[in-house]
Design a protein around this ligand. Structure first.
Ligand code: NAD
Ligand code: UD1
Length: 333
């Protein structure tokens, strides 16, 4: 099967390309490099010892996309491409709506023209807003608190309507919880520009001394130690979930949402303590006030992924923090 991977040079996309290439798939990558680097292509080739085509282009460019679909016999698409910084989306909502919605609409339009109707879409647990009942099932109510989250929810609705209009489509909306960690080679991983917003890359920068200490955003939540609890999932486990999703859409015509999480919640202090223990390093921290918009606790009910995709996470929190540290050490400069 030939898979078009949009956003394939990004964090999750690059890890998924490795799993695809190491399995029975052919891969074509499309990315405009707005949040990733061209070097990733050669790193994927080095890790897998496999070759594949890369097109540097914006997904919103309909003609260029059409050219790719005419040249390549694509069987299915995994659509990672999108902007993902929550804070930036609040400052620049039009950029987020334009980029994320236009690129998905253009992609679906061209897929339709070429009768390629199998799609795996990167959604997010952000579409659950704040939930009272945990763990979170896919049937939970949906709401968002920022433009980034709204783009994910709107795209989910667009895909639902597309399927309703033509049930030859087969679509899986994967709702990721908190992807962390890196490939064991240390060649690829999460490499945000500037000061990281997310916890794990921030902890890594503190661990190597690039930042003096971690700000722990609040210790007065109603959680086991007062700090925020999340469902951290190893990016390699997450990548493997996409292969299971492809197997599912290849056999079924459906449009479904599926959580990809471990089902276990860890607090900020769990992360800090585990990072210190596994990597034998100090991670200084200070308790500060809560971050606006943060929720206390969020973790997945991962039953549906097990039942429908026969997928569940395998790697532990130790594996996550070990690979995150290995990546930052190897990519310090
Ligand atoms: P990333 O930024 O590393 O990768 C996204 C890639 O898409 C980048 O390489 C970027 O250059 C590319 N891109 C963006 N807009 C494009 C466009 N118009 N045309 C072509 N390429 C474009 O992000 P990631 O962490 O790998 O996330 C992948 C997907 O998963 C995103 O859609 C994101 O919203 C979603 N997601 C991520 C997380 C997370 O914590 N990382 C959680 C939930 C959902
Ligand atoms: C963030 C995004 C969310 C996205 C998710 C996936 C926000 C508001 N939300 O969620 O839309 O789907 O990433 O990756 O950005 N923390 C600290 N100090 C820090 C950074 C984080 O204490 O410097 C805490 C947070 O308060 C939270 C936990 O660590 O309790 C995880 O934070 P983060 O990694 O930013 O992820 P989310 O908040 O879950």
């Amino acid at each position: 099967m030939k898979i078009l991977v949009t956003g394939g040079t990004g964090y999750i996309g690059s890890h998924t390309c490795i799993e695809l290439l190491n399995s029975r798939y052919e891969v074509i990558v499309v990315d405009n490099l707005s949040n990733s680097k061209i070097e990733v292509i050669n790193k994927i080739k080095t890790i897998t010892n496999k070759d594949f085509k890369f097109y540097e282009m914006d997904l919103r460019s309909e003609e260029e996309l059409r050219n790719i679909f005419s040249k390549e016999k694509i069987d299915a698409v995994i659509h990672f491409a999108g902007l993902k910084a929550v804070g930036e989306s609040v400052q620049k909502p039009l950029l987020y709506y334009q980029n994320n919605l236009d690129s998905t609409l253009t992609l679906c339009k061209v897929m339709n023209e070429f009768k390629v109707k199998k799609l795996v879409f990167s959604s997010s647990a952000t579409v659950y807003g704040e939930q009272k009942v945990l763990p979170i099932k896919e049937s939970a109510s949906l709401s968002t608190t920022n433009p980034y989250g709204s783009t994910k929810l709107f795209i989910e609705y667009i895909l639902d309507d597309l399927y309703k209009s033509d049930n030859e489509w087969s679509i899986i909306k994967l709702r990721y919880f908190n992807p962390v960690g890196a490939h064991e080679s240390g060649l690829i991983g999460e490499d945000p520009n500037g000061i990281p917003n997310n916890l794990m890359p921030y902890v890594s920068k503190v661990a190597i001394g690039e930042l003096p200490y971690l700000n722990v955003f609040g210790d007065d939540y109603d959680t086991k130690d007062g700090t925020g609890v999340r469902d951290y999932i190893h990016v390699v486990d997450l990548a493997k979930g996409h292969l299971k999703a492809l197997e599912y859409i290849d056999k079924n015509n459906d449009c479904i949402a599926i959580n990809l999480g471990t089902g276990t919640g860890y607090s900020v202090l769990d992360i800090v303590k585990t990072y210190e223990k596994v990597n034998n390093i100090k991670v200084p921290y200070k308790i500060t006030k809560r971050r606006d918009g943060d929720i206390a606790e969020c973790y997945a009910d991962s039953t549906k992924a097990k039942e429908l995709l026969n997928w569940s996470s395998e790697l532990s929190l130790d594996d996550m923090v070990k690979s995150a540290y290995n990546f930052i050490i190897k990519n310090k400069e």
